[in-house]
Each structure stands twice: as structure tokens, then as C-alpha cells.
Write a protein that binds this ligand. Structure first.
Ligand code: FES
Length: 165
């Protein structure tokens, strides 16, 4: 990043985006917006306005087209978040197996409310089934699945993260 008004998309990301564009009919750039945002979020942890502007410039699409995608999909974060993202599924199977209690326990343990962040943790507000219903209640930590959760399991997961260097 050069300054607050301009983001230079790293060349290795540009290469990946250009390779991705080859999957689509000539001239079709919009299908690459999600892919580009994913790559940039991986690099920067969350999407800023300057990232949106840079993707629009690179793909030669309108800024609003990129912004709409970034704002619509819950996998894109538009604010600074903690280093580790925790998503507790609260959909039907998980709810019936105690996800509300799991979520409350995590909120107290991490001292953050769902949807909020500390420097270390982001407790994401998850509304959709995370596709591991047989292991309900479950959560993802940095996209890794943890199933059949109990408070003891959560204690160990959090302890392991906190012990990481
Ligand atoms: S309802 Fe939680 S994983 Fe499906």
C-alpha cells in the first residue's frame, strides 16, 4: 500500500486475477470481482475503500459493482477485525443442540459481543448453516471446523490459539 488513497494490488495477486479471467468469455470482467476481493482480503484481512477502487480500476468495472459484491457477501469484512475469526453456527441443527449457549459462553470468555472484535478475536455474526449439521453445535475458527462443541472443547481451542506465537 503506498498511501491512504491508493492501493497497489501486488503483482502476484494481479497474475492470479488475470489467470482467473481466462475462465470467462473474452471481455467479461465482473465474474472476477469475488475472486479479486478474496485475494485482497487474504492479504489485508479486510476490505477497505481503496481496495474496492483498485479492483474496479484493474478490472475496468464501476466502483459500485465491486462495492455491491463486497457489501453483499458475508465472507467479506469491511471493517478491521481481530486476527482470528470465530464463526459459531446458530442455524437450526446447531440451535437445537445448544449453539446459543456456546455463543454466550464465547462472548463471556472473549469479552466481546457477537459481531465485534478484539485485537485477537473476531466473533463473526453467522446466520447461515455452515454445512456441518451432523457435528452440531459447531463453529469455524479461521475456516477450520470444530464440531460437537462443549465448553471444555472451546476452552482448549482458545487456549491453543492463545499459546500460538
Ligand atoms: S445448522 Fe449448524 S452446521 Fe448446519
Amino acid at each position: 500500500m503506498n498511501d491512504n488513497n491508493f492501493y497497489n494490488i501486488p503483482s502476484e495477486i494481479c497474475v492470479k486475477i488475470n489467470k482467473w479471467l481466462l475462465k470467462f468469455p473474452h471481455g467479461e470482467k465482473k465474474p472476477a470481482i469475488i475472486f479479486a476481493l478474496h485475494q485482497i482480503q487474504k492479504e489485508n484481512k479486510y476490505i477497505k475503500t481503496i481496495h474496492i477502487d483498485s479492483v474496479a480500476r484493474l478490472l475496468d468495472v464501476k466502483k459500485i459493482d465491486v462495492y455491491e459484491v463486497a457489501a453483499f457477501y458475508s465472507m467479506f469484512e469491511l471493517e478491521k477485525i481481530g486476527k482470528h475469526t470465530i464463526s459459531v453456527c446458530t442455524n437450526v441443527s446447531c440451535m437445537l443442540n445448544g449453539s446459543d449457549e456456546i455463543l454466550s459462553y464465547l462472548e463471556k470468555k472473549l469479552n466481546i459481543k457477537v459481531g465485534k472484535s478484539s485485537d485477537k478475536f473476531f466473533l463473526k455474526d453467522e446466520r447461515e448453516c455452515l454445512a456441518a449439521c451432523a457435528g452440531a453445535p459447531m463453529m469455524q475458527v479461521n475456516h477450520k471446523y470444530y464440531e460437537n462443541l462443549t465448553k471444555d472443547k472451546i476452552d482448549k481451542i482458545i487456549r491453543d490459539i492463545e499459546d500460538e506465537k
